[in-house]
Design a protein around this ligand. Structure first.
Ligand code: NAD
Length: 540
């Protein structure tokens, strides 16, 4: 298939300096929606003529003990371009033996190597130098991310890579501020707590935000003095290995960070069940979360943090400015092709504004700029792979069959690759599959509600509890809802605010533990109590 040069399409380069600090830090002003619509309404770009990505694949091997190596089996697997389904590159396919090699390198680097023995300030400086290098290489990494995943290049380059840099700088700042306490105890004892690294951290990440997930996992683990083996998602192996190479250029000792690409049931399961992995952190589906938890408990009882699925409510109250609510709820569900664990995928709208909201949500979805993610101004690229594409179309069909009102979209977009039309259903009932299943796609489901007690009960009626959005200017309503909702994050008049300092994680089957912020340090530290007997102490 003929590919256009990106330079003919991208009229300006995207500098990380211009990046906003979060996905969506505040509600757009009243004119925001019409500005966006007029900017994008020439699009629905052709997707049959893909743009050549402005990058080539340099690294396609495993990174173990500071060296690029092939898989022990010699096997590779193809990573595919979601715009076309064509092969981008063949990547080393790590499995049990490679995980064993990587864990033993990480073990040695922890037990004998310099990393936990360096001063915390030295560790901090290496992480900081890496963040500088990452920032310098924003364009290449953003292009790899878009090529492998399908997300808009502007989103990769202006939001996600800058956020990744920010996460590493945040944890570089923590490295030399981690310390225990002096604890008063009954009796003649000096009691202190030591906050020690756990050891070898095993980490398994998904494909929806490959670099951000890399930063949420690797940043706190290294800041605390642990060593790491990270398994990337088989759909998106390219960016993490590039970043890990930069980490070594920044001075990271060999064996401290090992990257294994490969599949879940082989490489992922080997990591989760490894006897020499001291801690496991996982992000992905709830079903796989259950598997890795079981593997961890059946092996060495390693502690596990889980960041899993969601079906998050976005609640539009009766006092809402409808234009603003439409815009924010649209971005809450459609951002990243809808492939967000915290997507606001259940839009609850008060009956007083419901009809107007539905018509405007439909219009906004019809205006969404879908097309080649390397094209400027594109809001939505293809879904990550054929499995996700087929699954989403299947769930959309079930929505139609179960009697929800299809207001927009409902089918694939174009004839090539894994693009899906922005889809909106109204009149959705709580017992429909589209209301319960995590769709992980560009599908908005709109529900009508009458009063707060009802919307609280319906919002909480889910096995998930990851996040919620509330749209109101009534302080009492916001306070009532934010305390009643059983979720790990509540965004009030904003959505998807992912500052490095804000903890993120789920209630119920959305997981356990928190990532980002100070809370993530606890995942990677052991607390040791040291009790020393005192002879003739001057005071107790
Ligand atoms: N919470 C999130 O951020 C998130 C991210 C991606 C996918 N999902 C959800 O998961 C669904 C399926 O996506 P998926 O198949 O890529 O997710 P997944 O849970 O299968 O994959 C996530 C990671 O787990 C690994 N994995 C898979 N099986 C494993 C096993 N048996 N042992 C150890 N590791 C294993 C994968 O290789 C990948 O690295 C999506 O439709 C979506 O609902 C959620």
């Amino acid at each position: 298939m003929a590919a256009k040069k990106i330079s003919t399409v991208l009229s300006r380069s995207f500098s990380s300096a211009a990046a906003p600090p979060c996905f969506f830090s505040r509600v757009r002003g009243g004119g925001g929606q019409s500005r966006l619509i007029s900017r994008y309404n020439t699009t629905l770009a052709a997707v049959e003529d893909p743009i050549t990505p402005p990058v080539s694949v340099k690294y396609n091997q495993l990174l173990i003990n500071g060296q690029f190596v092939d898989a022990a089996s010699g096997k590779t697997f193809p990573t595919l371009d979601p715009r076309t389904g064509e092969v981008i590159a063949h990547v080393a396919e790590g499995d049990v033996e490679d995980v064993n090699r990587a864990v033993s390198a990480a073990r040695k680097a922890f037990d004998e190597g310099p990393w936990p023995r360096m001063t915390a300030y030295e560790r901090s400086r290496i992480i900081w130098r890496f963040a500088d290098l990452l920032e310098k290489h924003t364009d290449e990494i953003a292009a790899l991310e878009t090529w492998d995943n399908g997300k808009p290049y502007e989103q990769s380059a202006k939001i996600e890579i800058p956020m990744t840099v920010r996460i590493f700088r945040y944890y570089a700042g923590w490295a030399d501020k981690i310390h225990g306490l002096t604890v008063p105890a009954d009796g003649p004892y000096h009691v202190q707590t030591l906050h020690e690294p756990i050891g070898v951290a095993g980490q398994i990440i998904p494909w929806n935000f490959p670099m951000l997930m890399f930063s949420w996992k690797v940043g706190p683990a290294l800041a605390c003095g642990n060593t790491v083996v990270i398994k990337t998602a088989e759909q998106t192996p390219l960016s993490a290995v590039y970043a890990a190479k930069l980490f070594h250029e920044a001075g990271l000792p060999d064996g401290v960070l090992n990257v294994v690409s490969g599949f879940g049931p082989t490489a992922g399961a080997a990591l989760a069940s490894h006897m020499d992995v001291d801690k496991l952190a996982f992000t992905g589906s709830t079903d796989t979360g259950k598997i890795v938890l079981e593997l961890a408990s059946k092996s060495n009882l390693k502690p596990v943090t889980l960041e899993l699925g969601g079906k998050s409510p976005f609640i539009v109250c009766e006092d809402a400015d409808v234009d603003q609510a439409v815009e924010l709820s649209h971005s809450a569900v459609f951002f990243n092709q809808g492939q967000c664990c915290c997507a606001g995928s259940r839009t609850f709208v008060h009956e007083r504004v419901y009809d107007e909201f539905v018509e405007k949500a439909k219009a906004r979805a019809n205006q969404r700029a879908v097309g080649d993610p390397f094209k400027e101004g594109i809001e939505q690229g293809p879904q990550v792979d054929s499995d996700q594409f087929e699954k989403i179309l299947r769930i959309i069909r079930s929505g139609v069959e179960s009697g929800a009102n299809l207001k927009a979209g409902g089918d694939r977009f174009g004839t090539t690759g894994y693009y899906i039309q922005p889809t909106v259903f109204s009149d959705v009932q709580d017992d429909m599959l589209i209301a319960k299943e995590e769709i992980f796609g560009p599908v908005q489901s709109i529900f009508k509600f009458k009063d707060l007690d009802e919307v609280i009960q319906r919002s909480n009626n889910s096995r998930y509890g990851l996040a919620a959005g509330i749209f109101t200017h009534n302080l009492d309503t916001a306070n009532t809802l934010s305390r009643a909702l059983k979720v790990g994050t509540v965004w009030i008049n904003c959505y998807d605010v992912f500052d490095a300092a804000i903890p993120f994680g789920g209630y119920k089957m959305s997981g356990n533990g928190r990532e980002k912020g100070i809370y993530s340090l606890n995942n990677y530290l052991q607390v040791k109590a040291v009790v020393t007997s005192l002879k003739n102490p001057a005071w107790l």
